[in-house]
Design a protein around this ligand. Structure first.
Ligand SMILES: [Zn+2]
Length: 390
């Protein structure tokens, strides 16, 4: 016999449990994953872990119901962003409820969604549903979607893949069917040190770095001016941004090293490859000859830190139509932040993003999730689970 239906308090209690695990991306998420695994096994559901190469982090997958037919994948990440140097009014790893809101790190991004999914498990009778519900909970989304990539590789090997996927990132329960991609790049300029009175004898890594950053900025201005006409996105063009830069040790020393990080957030119909090639060609044709004429050991390393694909809007998709109908929305939205959704779309699973809480609260001190969002998410998931069997 199926357990009695869950109540909102089940979701609330589960959020409380999940937030208590300090799963900031630099930490292991295994304690949380074990908690979820034990919770599922309490309902007779077997889960599988996909560990990373260090063995300290894992994705969790589980299938509830039949395995010979594709079902609905409910996906989300278990890691959270750090709280260091943020001015929190309450303990970020302990839920505090005030004015209909739950405060705590990860409440909206995105343990709230995972808790709601888990709270619905007792309502589901695996022997009675025609299509399965798949769970996919990942690690290291915030640092580059590494767990999502591992999960996508894993799902690709399944004989029968999920036919739909909902990623529960905070969209205030709006249905999102498109987002930009994000390519994160590290650049290290190796110059040649020397006395600053003799600049002709050295290669100034900071100045070379600045030239590359200026080039990136010029590319950004061009992208802005080209006007893609894609007004689904805000801003409506691919963006390039340098986020951190350091180099040099003293005013009177020619800097040997300069390191900086930049990112390209691309529209779904604009790949990042050509933009990165443009930078590589500029470096190879213009900067390196000049640097190596002074010192052949000089060089510039470009390293891709992570590459998160965009989610391309697909019109007329069955999942999208259903989700719009269930949420009462007229149209789907596009967002500018990247999620794991593009990874699952990339292996052929129609995917939308729809989850409780607002992105405006994510990554901030006093992150919160409104209780009203929890009940909207419960209703949506109950309805979509029922609808996939129709
Ligand atoms: Zn997130």
């Amino acid at each position: 016999m199926a357990a009695p239906p869950s109540t909102p308090s089940d979701s609330r209690n589960l959020i409380e449990e999940l937030v208590r695990f300090d799963t900031v991306s630099r930490n292991s998420n295994l304690a949380l994953i074990e908690f979820v695994g034990n919770y599922l096994s309490g309902y007779g559901i077997r889960s599988e872990l996909i560990k990373d190469e260090t063995g300290t982090k894992a994705d969790l997958t589980a299938t509830i119901g039949p395995s010979d037919i594709g079902g609905l994948l409910l996906a989300g990440h278990t890691d959270v962003v750090p709280v260091d140097d943020q001015d929190w009014s309450t303990d970020p790893f302990k839920i505090s409820e005030q004015h209909g809101r739950l405060y705590g790190r990860g409440t909206c991004d995105m343990k709230g969604f995972i808790a709601v999914v888990l709270a619905l498990i007792p309502e589901i009778d695996p022997s009675r549903i025609k299509r399965p519900i798949h769970l996919g909970f990942t690690y290291d989304e915030e640092t580059g979607c590494f767990g999502g990539q591992a999960l996508a590789r894993h799902l690709k090997s399944w004989d029968v893949r999920p036919r739909w996927c909902v990623v529960g990132e905070p969209t205030s329960m709006a249905v999102v069917n498109g987002h930009k991609g994000k390519l994160s790049v590290d650049c290290h300029v190796h110059g040649a040190e020397g006395h600053s009175a003799y600049i002709d004898k050295g290669v100034n890594a900071v100045e070379i770095g600045a030239e590359i950053v200026s080039r990136l900025r010029a590319m950004q201005k061009r992208l802005m001016a080209e006007e893609s006409g894609n007004d689904l996105f805000d801003p409506p063009y691919t963006t390039i941004h340098t986020g951190q830069m350091r180099g040099g040790i003293a005013r009177n020393i020619i800097p040997r090293d300069c390191l900086f990080e930049f990112e390209i957030r691309n529209l779904p119909d604009q790949g990042t490859g050509a933009l990165l090639d443009e930078i590589r060609i500029y470096i190879a044709d213009t900067l390196l000859p000049e640097m190596q004429a002074v010192d052949p050991n000089c060089g510039i390393d470009i390293q891709i830190q992570s590459d998160i694909p965009a989610l391309a809007p697909e019109d007329g998709d069955q999942l999208l139509t259903l989700a719009l109908q269930l949420t009462g929305a007229n149209t789907a939205q596009c967002i500018s932040f990247a999620t794991e959704a593009g990874l699952y779309q990339g292996i052929g699973i129609p995917t939308i993003v729809c989850g409780p809480g607002s992105i405006a609260q994510a990554h901030r001190p006093d992150e919160f999730l409104a209780l009203e969002q929890i009940s909207r998410c419960e209703t949506f998931l109950r309805d979509i689970i029922a609808a996939q069997d129709q």
